[in-house]
Design a protein around this ligand. Structure first.
Ligand code: KE4
Length: 427
């Protein structure tokens, strides 16, 4: 594949953008090599500036469940734009989007739209602290909720020892109000609550982990977290920025039948434009300004273009069977990958939850972050580049999730498996 134009752009980008990118994972540091520059996307496929085409399993890290440039999204956003891009004044579209979210997501009675997943989780945590009057946040080791100061914290030595910041610039005080426990470990959760339950404002987690690779919850794990948070008066926050409208139309909470106190959303609900949201019962949400004293605001929150893209996307997803079809494509892909890897004698663990999936170069089982870290990241990097050379783009990191869209139909799955059959022989 020819990459001359991407190489020239990469040179320019590194002169003026930090690391050449606007989000670190895009720089290919985890897999080596230099990123390509994308020129356009259509359906399941993207084309780079040198004219190379790839089937896209990153889909902007989840939002594009209808694929790139879906006609209905393009038309809705263009129409909205003709009427003005932003007002900072209430509009009908943001009410309609809020009604849709409340209609699908079990815990939502009221919602606040924001502009990113990070804003959603940061605001939900502030609300949980304001509601409970407590400071400590309990999170999952390997869980990612955006670049919120208090959540960029590594695990301490145990469920009740504070961690250390994972980034300079995080005040130690923030790290000293964050406790971390392993995913899928109910005993660790119980220990944290038994010892510090009356100080814990909330437990925030991705109900299906998507940022340590894709790791579904073990049976009864979410139920146990619901029991513990209720018993100790802490709020249970499901960060469904990635799982929302992918694991089911009501998110993981609907699929697994466990209702959190608050939910954060993003990605799919913005259809590729910047939208985040946090929501829950009116009794909690009404603590947020201007009704209550917990302050949160945003210039572009609920803007007409983002809400138009989100509404067009959710309207399409509401057609019965559409989301199930995306899930089926991923199941077929995962089964194919599993048999190819077996044939090649390469140990892999495939995971899936609805329309999101993962592949670990790891004997398995993979139930938490420490398990995931045992994966062969060098082998993943070889897989990544081998597939890329054959026109298939997976995430440029072994610890991400891959996604399908409504446009990943048999032709894309077959082409992907054909490429994998060749690549696995080289691993
Ligand atoms: P944003 O602030 O990036 O919109 O959302 C943060 C966020 C919150 N919660 C979950 C569960 C998330 O997965 C994310 C963001 N996901 C990453 C990919 N794993 C975004 C990609 C990137 O950082 O460039």
């Amino acid at each position: 594949m020819e990459h001359a134009r991407s190489a020239a752009l990469w040179q320019r980008a590194n002169e003026v953008l930090v690391g050449g990118v606007n989000s670190p994972v895009r720089a290919f540091k985890a897999v080596g090599g230099d990123p390509f520059f994308v020129a356009s996307g259509k359906g399941a496929r993207i084309t780079d500036v040198d004219g190379n085409e790839y089937i896209d399993y990153v889909l902007s890290w989840g939002p594009l469940i209808l694929g790139h440039a879906h006609p209905r999204v393009v038309e809705s956003v263009a129409k909205a734009l003709e009427g003005g891009s932003s007002f900072g004044i209430p509009t009908e579209a943001e009410v309609t989007l809020a009604e849709k979210l409340a209609g699908h997501v079990p815990c939502i009675e009221k919602v606040r739209l924001v502009n990113s997943g990070t804003e959603a989780t940061m605001s939900a945590i502030r609300l949980a602290r304001g509601y409970t009057g407590r400071d400590i946040v309990l999170k999952i080791e390997g869980g990612y909720h955006g670049h919120v100061d208090g959540l960029l914290v590594a695990a301490g030595s145990g469920p009740t020892t504070f961690g250390t910041p994972t980034s300079p610039g995080i005040p130690i005080a923030h790290a000293q109000s964050t406790l971390t426990i392993p995913f899928n470990d109910p005993d660790a959760a119980e220990e944290a609550f038994e010892k510090r339950g009356d100080e814990i404002a909330c437990l925030i987690l991705e109900p299906v982990a998507g940022n340590m690779g894709c790791i579904p919850p073990n049976a009864d794990y979410l139920e146990e977290l619901r029991r513990l948070t209720t018993k100790h008066g802490a709020l249970l926050i499901f960060d469904e920025v990635m799982t929302g409208f992918r694991v089911s139309m009501g998110g993981a909470q609907k699929r697994f039948g466990v209702t959190p106190d608050l939910v954060t959303l993003g990605k799919v609900i913005g259809g590729g434009l910047p939208v985040g949201a946090y929501g829950g019962p009116a009794e909690i949400m009404d603590l947020v300004s201007p009704v209550g004293p917990v302050y949160q605001a945003g210039t572009l929150s609920g803007n007409p273009l983002a809400t138009a893209a989100g509404l067009a996307t959710l309207d399409e997803l509401e057609v019965p069977g559409v989301l199930d079809e995306v899930e089926r494509s991923l199941t077929v892909l995962g089964e194919g990958m599993e048999s190819i890897a077996k044939e090649a004698g390469v140990p892999v663990t495939l995971t899936q939850a609805g329309a999101m999936a993962g592949m670990f170069f790891n004997e398995g089982p993979v139930e938490n972050y420490q398990d995931a870290l045992k994966s062969d990241t060098e082998r993943y990097a070889k897989f990544f580049h081998g597939m890329l050379e054959r026109g298939v783009y997976f995430a440029p990191s072994a610890f991400e999730t891959y996604f399908a869209s409504t446009e990943h139909v048999d032709a894309e799955i077959d082409q992907t498996l054909d490429a994998a059959r060749e690549v696995f022989k080289t691993l």
